[in-house]
Ligand binder design. Structure first.
Ligand SMILES: [Zn+2]
Length: 113
């Protein structure tokens, strides 16, 4: 009826399954800059290059969205011939998506109108 705990045939403690390491692409700040610039300047070339380095296009786009890049920003930068980059806010030092050299305050610190 009841199983003998000392039964050598009893299944032993289940071996803990090792954490499955999901190969999550890591994004360095250098890579972030490359993505922000690449998506504005030459999206095809950027996605090809990063794809070859193991970053799927979906991950690259998700990263850009995470950084705050929108299609509107892409269009604005294309028209202006510039590209966005991550900068530290002059007031609070938060890293934020800056649209150009004139853009040094994060959204929170910009004077509200
Ligand atoms: Zn700020």
């Amino acid at each position: 009826m009841s199983s003998d705990p000392l039964d050598p045939d009893a299944p032993s403690q289940p071996t803990p399954t090792p954490e499955v390491a999901v190969p999550e692409p890591s994004f360095t700040s250098q890579l972030d800059e490359q993505i922000l610039r690449g998506l504005v300047v030459d999206e095809g070339a950027l996605l090809r290059e990063l794809g070859a380095r193991g970053y799927p296009a979906a991950a690259v786009r998700a990263r850009a969205t995470h950084l705050g890049l929108t299609q509107q920003i892409v269009m604005r930068c294309r028209l202006a011939g510039s590209w966005p980059s991550m900068r530290a806010c002059l007031a609070c030092e938060l890293r934020f998506l800056s649209l150009g050299v004139h853009h040094r305050l994060c959204k929170r610190c910009q004077p509200q109108r």
